[in-house]
Design a protein around this ligand. Sequence first.
Ligand code: C5P
Length: 408
Amino acid sequence: MLADKRILLVISGGIAAYKSLDLIRRLKERGASVRVVLTKSAEHFVTPLSAGALSGDRVYSDLFDLTGEHDIGHIKLSRDTDLIVVAPATANILAKMAAGIADDLATNILLATDKPILAAPAMNPRMWANAATRRNVAWLKDQGIATVGPNVGAMAERGETGEGRMAEPMEIVAAVEAILTPAASAGGAASGPLTRRHVLVTSGPTHEPIDPVRFLANRSSGKQGHAVAIAAARLGARVTLVSGPVTIPDPAGVTVVRVETAQQMLAAVEAALPADIAIFAAAVADWRVATAADEKIKKGPGGVPQLALVENPDILAAIGRHPTQRPKVVIGFAAETENLLANAAAKLKRKGADAIVANDVSPGTGIMGGDRNHVRFLSGDGVEDWPEGGKDAVAAMIIAKAVQLLQG
Ligand code: C5P
């Protein structure tokens, strides 16, 4: 949560500026005060009236507005804040920031400030790929300026896709929280919409032993599940994270139960009930070796060993259809390489889930093990195609949905 945090939002002139109005709303929902500075070209995309109505404050745009200067000068504006967010950050404003140009109120503030800056770049993919933009962004990052996005997706220009879409408002909020409330962002917010709620999350792969040294496994890194646990803790929840073997660190402020096999994961999940929300992000092995050998299986004249497999318990289905302790909200994942939506919809029904987060994990997507994700969210309300984003941002959106389902 961002209670008592002051944010100065610089909106520069890109088509994504309309999303910044939603950003104002999301930041205010979290308790932040938001003061808006519009560049001249931003006023072609959003009006001072709409930005002011949402921020609940006057909107600043003119460096030479005498009343404004008298009230509060650009130096004061640049300091009376905890964080400056530039969203959208056009190629133009990034270039001015990198060059130290100050030719309007926004760039004067950015040059004069001693406060952290977060930029959400948004532009045409060719502009983003241009060597000058690459150099400017690299230099700004070197100076400690944080960035979020841009994402890959469809552009305003018809038919164009590529890297250049502004990060979604919730992604920017997550980045703001990571800067302003790092302890809470790492888990364990004092209060929030999930205060006094218990959220149970599974994450990572499972390892199914073949013998004492070998096992069946999959490529899950646990990054998405761990990010979901962190996002729930940020909103004040008590979180139990049941994790298979992963190499990423335990999130702070979260109770982590480490397991190896699917059977152990089911036992740990059942032991952690009751819960208000359960989110099953683990890539549980569907099968285990019927009888794991007690000793290391040796090569020998008998030929290659034959592994007999038996089916593992389906943890999501067991909890989604739990006779007495079904959490109010049960969300599963569907990692598919084909027929994504049809398979995910079937899972939603079969496993008794309220929603399924579906993603395409075909080779080449880089999703399994990577830091980014592109998901579709299936629930009773239909299918939403969420924009590609960092696993943190996707986690924040999943938790936001879970909160809605809990309250609904
Ligand atoms: O059927 P499939 O494995 O694709 O289903 C994926 C969803 O079911 C995920 O949410 C996963 O965590 C959950 N699952 C489970 N136990 C299993 C298999 C899958 O909880 N044995």
